[in-house]
Ligand binder design. Structure first.
Ligand SMILES: Cc1cc2nc3c(=O)[nH]c(=O)nc-3n(C[C@H](O)[C@H](O)[C@H](O)COP(=O)(O)O)c2cc1C
Length: 502
C-alpha cells in the first residue's frame, strides 16, 4: 500500500461524527526515557552557565561564522541541557511525570537526542545518547562516526553532529495513526531549542533533513520499525586539526532492542506507511509559497504592514525562559493583548520562516484575532516575507474554533490563535512525503518559538494538535488543498500556575 502525505493527513484527521473511542492500555504505557544498561555514562552538571540574553535578539536572523575548534565537554553539556532539560514535576494516578523545556503532545516525549563526535576533549569519539533524565551522555558506540556521517575525512578530525529521532510507539500508544503528526511537531520543538542553544553559544550549524535514513538509523543502532531519525544538525569547524587516529565504529549489535518502549507495541499502518514513504528523498525543488491571493481569500491590495515591534518588556531572558515555558490553559479575557505584543509574536513567526527551505515554503500562517488592542476581531492572513496582515473575514472566531478543537472550551478565552497551514498538494508535488516531514518539523519549530516568545512577554501559550480537521478548515474557509497542521493559542493568563522546579 502507498499513501501520499496528503492522504496520511486526511486519514489521520479527526471527524466529530466518526471518533473511534480508544481506551488507553496502561499496562503498555511507554517508557519516556531511553536507557542503555551497561554502557559507559558521563554525567552532565545540572547548571547552566550562560550570560542572560534577550530571547528576541537571539531569534533575529544572524550570520554566525564557523568556530575554529570543537566545544569542550563542558560546553557540549551546556548545549544539551539547553536543548532539553527537566523543568517541573506533577503527580498522576500512575506515578509522577516530569515536564521538560519543550512541549510535547500528551507529554509523551517521543523525541530522542544523540550526538556523533570525534576530537572533543574529554570525550572518546563515538555515538552518544543524551539521557535527559539524569542528565548524562551514554556512549553507545565508540569509534569514528566520520566516514558515514561526514564523508571521507581523516580519522580523528573533529566533528560534532546532533541527531534527533522519534520513538513511534511513545505517541502512538495514545494517538494511534495521528501520532506521526506529533512525532514531527514534537521533534520540531526539540530542534528549535537545540538551534537556539547553538546560536546562544555562537556555533554555526547546518541543518540536514535530507539525509539517508537507512544509513543514519543504522549508525544510531535503532530499530527502524520503532524509531527513526528525523533531523541532523552538523556543527562545522573552520580549522579542523587532526586529533589521534580513531578506531572504526564498534558494532551496533544489540542496540536496536532499546527502541522498544513497552512489552507489547502495536504498529499502526498509516503511520508506518507514511514514514516509509517519507524515507525517499526527492531531488530538491522549491515549493510555490503559500499564497493567500492565489487561494482567492484576499485581494493583493489587502496587505497592511503593522508596526515593527517596540522592544518588548521581557519578563524572562534566555536561558531562564526555558525553565518557565509551560502550556498554559487558564486564559482570561480581561485586558486586550497590546499591539506591540502581537507585533513581537508575528516577528517570531516571520524570522522563523526565513530559515525555511524548499518544501517548507509551502507553509503559511494565519491569525484568529479576538482580543488585541486597536484591532478588529477576525481571521487574518500573515505575510511571511514582511510584517503585514490582511483581513480575510471579520468576526469573533475563537469560540467556534475552540469547538472545532475537540471542544477545548478554554481556547475561546485566548487573545489570538496562530494557525500554521501547508498546501500539502504543492508540498507533495515538490518534495513527496519527505516534504511533509519538513513542513511539520518547521511548524513544530515555530511552535517552540511561540511558546518561548509568549513566556518572555508574560503571556500564556498552548499548542493544539487535536482538532476536527475539516471543521476547523471550513470555519475559516480555507481551500481544500491547504491543511491545518498546528494551532497555538496565546493570551493573558491568570498568574497562578506554580510548577515545582527540579
Ligand atoms: C504537537 C503538540 C500538540 C498539543 N496538543 C494539545 C492539545 O490539543 N490540547 C492541550 O491541552 N495541549 C496540547 N499540547 C500541550 C501538551 O499537552 C503539553 O506540552 C504537555 O502536556 C507538556 O506540558 P508542558 O507544555 O506544560 O510542559 C500539545 C503540545 C504539542 C507539542
Amino acid at each position: 500500500m502507498k499513501y501520499s502525505a496528503l492522504a496520511y493527513h486526511q486519514l489521520s484527521s479527526y471527524d466529530r461524527l466518526k471518533m473511534d473511542p480508544h481506551a488507553l492500555d496502561w499496562e503498555q504505557e511507554p517508557a519516556v526515557y531511553k536507557d542503555y544498561p551497561g554502557k559507559k555514562v558521563l554525567d552532565i552538571p545540572l547548571e547552566v552557565k550562560l550570560e542572560p540574553v534577550s530571547l528576541f535578539k537571539l531569534f533575529q536572523p544572524q550570520e554566525i561564522r564557523a568556530q575554529n575548534h570543537p566545544p569542550s565537554f563542558e560546553t557540549l553539556g551546556q548545549l544539551l541541557l539547553l536543548a532539553q532539560m527537566l523543568t517541573g514535576r506533577a503527580r498522576h494516578a500512575n506515578g509522577e511525570i516530569w515536564f521538560r523545556s519543550i512541549a510535547s503532545a500528551g507529554a509523551l516525549y517521543p523525541s530522542e537526542l544523540y550526538i556523533a563526535c570525534s576530537g572533543i576533549a574529554g570525550l572518546a569519539a563515538g555515538i552518544y545518547h543524551y539521557d535527559v533524565s539524569k542528565p548524562a551522555l551514554a556512549l553507545i558506540r565508540s569509534g569514528n562516526p566520520m566516514p558515514v556521517l561526514d564523508g571521507d575525512k581523516a580519522s580523528g578530525t573533529p566533528m560534532l553532529t546532533f541527531l534527533i529521532s522519534a520513538i513511534f510507539f511513545r505517541s502512538a500508544w495514545k494517538y494511534r495513526d495521528r501520532a506521526y503528526r506529533y512525532h514531527l511537531l514534537d521533534s520540531g520543538h526539540l530542534l528549535e531549542n537545540l538551534l537556539l542553544a547553538l546560536r546562544a553559544f555562537s556555533f554555526a550549524y547546518e541543518l540536514n533533513i535530507d539525509f539517508d535514513d537507512h544509513q543514519v538509523n543504522e549508525i544510531l543502532g535503532v530499530d527502524p520499525r520503532r524509531e527513526g531519525c528525523l533531523a541532523l544538525v552538523k556543527v562545522p569547524f573552520s580549522s579542523p586539526v587532526s586529533a589521534d587516529t580513531v578506531e572504526p565504529l564498534e558494532s551496533a549489535e544489540g542496540l536496536s532492542r532499546y527502541s522498544q518502549v513497552a512489552a507489547r507495541e502495536e504498529m499502526y499502518d498509516a503511520l508506518r506507511i507514511v514514514h516509509q514513504e517519507s524515507i525517499k528523498v526527492m531531488s530538491g525543488q522549491e515549493c510555490r509559497a503559500g499564497d493567500w491571493v492565489r487561494y482567492g481569500l484576499i485581494d493583493k491590495n489587502s496587505w497592511k504592514s503593522i508596526a515593527s515591534p517596540v522592544p518588548a518588556n521581557e519578563v524572562y531572558r534566555y536561558p531562564e525562559v526555558l525553565l518557565h515555558r509551560r502550556s498554559k490553559r487558564n486564559f482570561i479575557t480581561g485586558e486586550p493583548m497590546s499591539a506591540a505584543c502581537l507585533s513581537a509574536i508575528i516577528s517570531l513567526v516571520n524570522d522563523g520562516f526565513e530559515s525555511c527551505s524548499l518544501a517548507a515554503k509551502g507553509l503559511s500562517c494565519g491569525l484568529l484575532v479576538d482580543n488585541v488592542a486597536e484591532m478588529e476581531p477576525g481571521f487574518y492572513a500573515v505575510k511571511s516575507a514582511d510584517r503585514s496582515l490582511a483581513l480575510v473575514t471579520a468576526g469573533n472566531f475563537l469560540g467556534h474554533m475552540s469547538h472545532a478543537c475537540l471542544d477545548q472550551r478554554w481556547l475561546a478565552q485566548a487573545a489570538i490563535h496562530v494557525l500554521l497551514f501547508a498546501d500539502l498538494v504543492e508540498v507533495e508535488k515538490c518534495a513527496g512525503a519527505r516534504g511533509y516531514r519538513e513542513v511539520m518539523l518547521v511548524a513544530g519549530r515555530l511552535g517552540q518559538r511561540l511558546y518561548l516568545g509568549a513566556t518572555v512577554l508574560g503571556l500564556g501559550c498552548c499548542g493544539i494538535g487535536a482538532f476536527y480537521d475539516r471543521e476547523a478548515s471550513e470555519l475559516i474557509g480555507m481551500p481544500d488543498q491547504v491543511s491545518l497542521l498546528y494551532l497555538l493559542a496565546v493570551g493573558q493568563v491568570k498568574k497562578s500556575l506554580h510548577n515545582k522546579t527540579k
